[in-house]
Design a protein around this ligand. Structure first.
Ligand SMILES: Nc1ncnc2c1ncn2[C@@H]1O[C@H](COP(=O)(O)OP(=O)(O)OP(=O)(O)O)[C@@H](O)[C@H]1O
Length: 296
């Protein structure tokens, strides 16, 4: 099994608002990260792949099936929406059984798979708990379990870690990495750190356009030689922020250590730093004109 997604010249509009513009993308087995600001078009792209939205034009195939054949595509795609919820009084097991029934899974398969999946997402001992009593992380894990009930080759997960505490975030990311061993897992987020930790290949969307696709390392390398740290007083900070894109700050008393993006040594006391994917992302999103031109 080697699932693939091919996207060619994909366009999607809501009325006059063009949410996706001429997207070309190939996705293969493993974790694929979709990055972009709020409103960049991530959800639209994911819903189009999950056949929940109709495209306006372009060719898209999921596991070799054109997305016009929605029923067939849905058999090989699992989707966890941003706002996954079931009836608040449903139990964990009840929700899985209900959703499995809705998607047409026979009783024998449900009885076999539901306990297995609850074990896999670490909710086995919560199977009688009501949905409303679950923590945010547990709800997301239940969402994953329901999305893979029919053992899809593609799992699409929209902003899964928003609002989770650090421990739950890591646990959830690890679960997705495990699932990506033999399937495509597409993860959308605006938290750059989530992508850095888990995804080998990524795409960056901005205002409906594909701004970057490639490996996380290649993106990070684009910021090489353009990241510096500088110590300064708090009073100097505002002036520096007006000139450079500041990607991190550490305050100690009246002193601040600032991490910033610049085309050349910005201050005599600045120290060159190793770039992170977050630096490269900020650089690409055109933090400051001084550096924007050099990424074009
Ligand atoms: N049903 C809709 N009707 C009209 N415009 C929409 C609709 N859904 C999305 N849009 C617009 O399309 C653009 C892309 O939205 P989309 O939800 O795909 O972005 P996103 O990257 O997923 O953002 P977020 O991270 O906020 O979910 C935005 O400008 C949004 O306002």
């Amino acid at each position: 099994m080697n699932p693939k997604i091919h996207i060619r010249h994909l366009n999607k509009s809501y009325g006059t608002k063009q949410a996706l513009q001429d997207i070309n993308l190939d996705i293969e087995t493993g974790m694929f990260g979709l990055l972009g600001r709020n409103g960049a078009g991530k959800t639209t792209l994911m819903k189009t792949l999950a056949t929940l939205h109709m495209k306006n034009s372009g060719d898209v195939t999921v596991c070799g099936i054109p997305i016009e054949k929605a029923k067939e595509v849905r058999r090989c795609v699992g989707y966890l929406p941003q706002d996954f919820a079931v009836y608040p009084n449903m139990t964990v097991y009840g929700a899985m059984d209900y959703l499995g029934t809705l998607s047409g899974l026979p009783t024998s398969i449900r009885r076999e798979r539901i306990p297995q999946l609850l074990r896999q997402v670490n909710l086995e001992d919560r199977h009688r708990m009501k949905f409303k009593a679950l923590s945010g992380g547990m709800k997301r894990r239940l969402g994953i379990a329901q999305a893979i009930l029919h053992d899809p080759e593609v799992l699409i997960v929209d902003e899964p870690t928003a609002g989770l505490d650090p421990e739950e975030r890591i646990r959830f990311r690890n679960l997705l990495s495990e699932l990506a061993e033999d399937r495509i897992v597409i993860l959308s987020t605006h938290i750059v750190g989530d992508i850095e930790a888990t995804c080998e290949r990524i795409a960056v969307l901005d205002q409906g356009q594909l701004k970057y696709t490639g490996t996380a390392q290649e993106l990070t390398a684009k910021a090489a030689g353009k990241v510096y740290t500088v110590n300064m007083s708090k009073q100097e900070l505002e002036r520096v922020k007006a000139v450079y894109t500041v990607t991190a700050m550490l305050t100690l008393g009246n002193e601040v250590t600032v991490r910033l993006l610049a085309d050349r040594m910005p201050y005599p006391n600045a120290v060159p730093a190793e770039p992170t994917i977050e630096d490269a992302y900020m650089l690409m999103m055109g933090g400051h004109s001084d550096v924007r031109s050099s990424m074009a």
